[in-house]
Design a protein around this ligand. Structure first.
Ligand SMILES: *Cc1c(COP(=O)(O)O)cnc(C)c1O
Length: 442
């Protein structure tokens, strides 16, 4: 499988090179040259397949021959080594809980897959990765990416990780997850917004001095090795969906649009899905686009579902690519809505009271988006992707439900650790200096 750049000004590369590069040299995103068809046999008999086997079958065509079979089976096995249950919430709505991984959010799957692929590639003798240059993974986070990437890459040989996060704009649990590991994980606390962080990262990638001194790559959801394995959730959802004759509407709480774009890719490769809903918070660039066909990026605004506070979603271009920019086709598959913080809180509270199910703020955005859609399509049923454990946002959730959220044992210990971060103004020059010092000290 070859990958082309959405800007069409860079050479095509294989999965290995696309993973190592992160972004294409022309600043486009890598996109597979064709969308592979999943075997009908697998879809029809999906309940008889293990998650590991499904994961291997889905990922294999994208990886091609860049990773040998046994190694890829090991990587996917480690990637999905936790429960992904489908839980009934109401008669018409089920929640796919994607938060049983090590950092309690769905980004664990992408981060674990990418770290293991990159670790495999780096430890092979790879031309272009001269031994003296350590690989530095650079990532901006609006909340959950940082923790998942930090955890996924922790102690991976030959790789340093630098994480930029907006000071005061991530939850306290999220902050601990990305600032307490140490070793090869470095957290930069940026005095600015997520968009500032992303801008600094983009600038670093185009800096000539940095590209001579360091081998920089990205672990944002633009990296194909983070983006593509997110398809797996949709296969696991379908596997557990009882009414195979009537596939589910799937609502995805969306920010940078990597997750939902992967879902649409799964649909295009043969997975039955009735319809997709991109549920957004007040950051409504895509909901606006679906109404006006005008794509107008804006400054992001802060909300209680902060992992979706994105003013210019990077992966939306890939969705347009899937539909070859044909709006009518896109509209058939995707709807989008914008949900306010007030409505998010009201949903969280009512689902907790009426259905005895505790959502997190992101899941609540997705839930309400789905509920609204089902109101005008009463014959359908659906799934909301519950993308984070409510405890990650206990500061928001507890006052709304008037109850405590029990803290899972797995993160108790981390919460007691001391935060270690470097405070930094939102200036590209400062990041550059930090990276050069980091590389010099190796
Ligand atoms: C990252 C994240 C999202 C948004 O996912 P995208 O792929 O960026 O659209 C939603 N919910 C949570 C909890 C997240 O961490």
């Amino acid at each position: 499988m070859q990958y082309f750049s959405t800007n069409h000004q860079s050479p095509e590369v294989d999965f290995k090179q696309a993973t190592i590069n992160g972004q294409a040299p022309d600043k486009g995103l890598y996109f597979p040259e064709r969308i592979p068809a999943i075997s009908k046999e697998l879809i029809e008999n999906i309940t008889q397949y293990s998650n590991e086997e499904i994961a291997y079958q889905v990922m294999k065509p994208y990886v091609g021959d860049t990773i040998p079979e046994a190694e890829l089976r090991r990587i996917v096995g480690e990637t999905i080594h936790f429960d992904i249950p489908l839980v009934k919430v109401t008669d018409a709505i089920y929640a796919l809980e994607l938060y049983h991984g090590p950092t309690l959010a769905f980004k664990d799957v992408g981060a674990r897959f990418m770290s293991r692929c990159l670790g495999y590639f780096v430890n092979q003798s790879t031309p272009g990765l001269a031994k003296k240059k350590k690989v530095t993974v650079l990532v901006a986070t609006s909340g959950d990416t940082g923790g998942a990437v930090a955890n996924g890459f922790y102690e991976v040989e030959g790789i340093e990780v630098v994480i930029l996060y907006p000071s005061g704009k991530v939850s306290s649990v999220q902050e601990k997850q990305l600032t307490t590991l140490g070793k090869n994980i470095h957290a930069l606390e940026i005095e600015g917004s997520f968009d500032d962080c992303q801008q600094m990262v983009k600038q670093a990638f185009t800096d000539e001095v940095l590209s001579q001194q360091l081998f920089l790559t990205s672990a944002n959801s633009i990296n194909v090795a983070r983006w593509l394995p997110q398809q797996l959730y949709y296969f696991f959802a379908y596997k557990q969906w009882a009414d195979k004759l009537h596939p589910p509407v799937i609502s995805v709480p969306s920010g940078n649009f990597g997750n939902i774009c992967a879902g649409i890719l799964a649909l295009r490769s043969g997975l039955p899905v009735q319809h997709f809903i991109a549920a957004c918070n007040a950051n409504d660039v895509v909901p606006q686009f679906m109404q006006t066909q005008q794509y107008l990026p804006k400054e992001s605004v802060a909300t209680i579902s902060n992992a979706m506070d994105v003013g210019n979603p990077s992966n939306f271009i890939r969705i347009l690519e899937i539909f070859q920019h044909q709006f009518a086709d896109l509209e058939n598959v995707l709807s989008s809505c914008s949900i306010s913080d007030a409505a998010t809180k009201a949903t969280l509270q009512s689902v907790y009271q009426k259905n005895n199910y505790l959502l997190d703020p992101h899941g609540a955005v997705g839930f309400l988006g789905l509920e609204q859609y089902l109101q005008s399509h009463p014959d359908l049923k659906g799934i909301v992707l519950e993308t984070a454990h409510p405890v990650k946002f206990y500061d928001v959730v507890e006052p709304v439900i008037g109850d405590l959220v029990p803290i899972p044992d797995s993160i108790q210990h981390q919460l007691s650790l001391q935060k270690k971060s470097v405070k930094m103004e939102a200036k590209g020059e400062l990041l550059k200096r930090f990276l050069l010092e980091l590389s010099g000290s190796q």
